[in-house]
Design a protein around this ligand. Structure first.
Ligand code: NAD
Length: 310
């Protein structure tokens, strides 16, 4: 593609993850964030993740050579061929920032938002110049290792730019999934929200601790989902006839749980229970060490995935 210079707007957890991935794939990155400590935080985050990028066979050079910081939004966008927006998840703020990015960029520069839940038609609504190159490109934490990125266009998005973005993310070793319609939470977050809701529900009822809920996924469905996702997992649970038999056998029984599922109220008591549960599970291990463990595991898991799902 013709993309060389990328500007990352908003450098928190997700922005820094993108910066790491872009640098490891040899792009020149300009970072913009109003937080005065942004440079130090970003450099630290890239440094921590860099060895993992090397393990992935990327990150040949030193990250510092291609990373620049700019404290003026307009200047940060001057050379941009691609913009990844990662400001806090507030609709008004995002609409304003994206309208500014639209004003300050070249007309063919792709503007991709990392939003977890805001619809692209809303994000592009205030763009006066070229809303057709605005889209959602929703990643997963840690962005430098997780392959999925969900691409969704709004009413005004031109498919040409979605295709171009798809090629770009393919080139940086991701698995872009183009979503057919704008739906709240895209696909993966919508599924995760359903699990998250039930996990809270179970802890709220006192039926299990946070650790027991985690164990039920780690040693159970999580292992199978990592290879095949929910549909193929169930297809194989139906014997020779697969999903046909499974639906005949269990379809009617699903009505009962569906009528019972409802959202728990996130009371202070429940929040406290979940927070102390998670803190006890980490057993005093620092967050950075937990991140190292997660990253190592994700790399090995992806190597396995390539072996079994070539
Ligand atoms: P964060 O709070 O870690 O970072 C947000 C950053 O934006 C901060 O560094 C802040 O200083 C900066 N910022 C604030 N106002 C700004 C402005 N006007 N211009 C530029 N930068 C500004 O948040 P995050 O978790 O990195 O989330 C960012 C986006 O990514 C959100 O839209 C979120 O929905 C999405 N996302 C988050 C996750 C996740 O797991 N955290 C996963 C996928 C997508």
């Amino acid at each position: 593609t013709s993309i060389k210079n990328i500007t990352v707007v908003g450098t928190g957890v997700i922005g820094n993850g993108w910066i790491t991935r872009f640098l490891a794939n040899d792009y020149t990155v300009t970072a913009y964030d109003p937080d005065p400590n942004t440079e130090e935080k970003t450099r630290k985050a890239v440094e921590r993740a860099w060895p993992w990028m090397k393990k992935m066979g990327l990150a040949v050079g030193a990250p510092e050579d291609h990373l620049f910081f700019e404290t003026d939004l307009e200047k940060s966008l001057k050379e941009a061929d691609f913009v990844q927006e990662n400001v806090p998840e507030r609709e008004e703020l995002k609409r304003k920032v994206i309208a500014d990015i639209d004003r300050y960029t070249k007309e063919e520069t792709i503007i991709a938002s990392s939003t977890s839940g805001i619809l692209p038609s809303s994000l592009q609504a205030d763009c006066k110049n070229h809303p057709e190159r605005v889209m959602v490109a929703h990643p997963f934490n840690p962005v430098y290792l997780m392959p999925l990125v969900e691409l969704v266009g709004g009413d005004k998005t031109d498919k040409f730019y979605i295709e171009k973005a798809k090629m770009f993310y393919d080139n940086i070793m991701m698995k872009p999934l183009v979503i057919r319609q704008e739906i709240e939470g895209h696909i993966a977050d919508r599924l995760m929200e359903a699990i998250w809701r039930e996990a809270l529900h179970i802890v709220n009822d006192g039926a299990a601790s946070t650790e027991e809920v985690d164990a039920s996924i780690i040693y159970g469905p999580g292992l199978r989902w990592a290879l095949m996702g929910p549909f193929m997992t169930l297809h194989m649970g139906g014997g020779k006839e697969g999903m046909r038999h499974l639906l005949e056998q269990f379809g009617p029984a699903l009505k009962l749980p569906w009528t019972k599922l409802e959202a728990p109220e996130l009371t202070e008591e429940l929040a406290e229970k979940v927070i102390t549960g998670c803190e006890a599970q980490t057993d005093g291990v620092e967050m950075e060490r937990l991140e190292d463990r997660r990253d190592q595991f994700l790399i090995e898991l992806q190597q396995l995935l390539e072996k079994y799902w070539p």
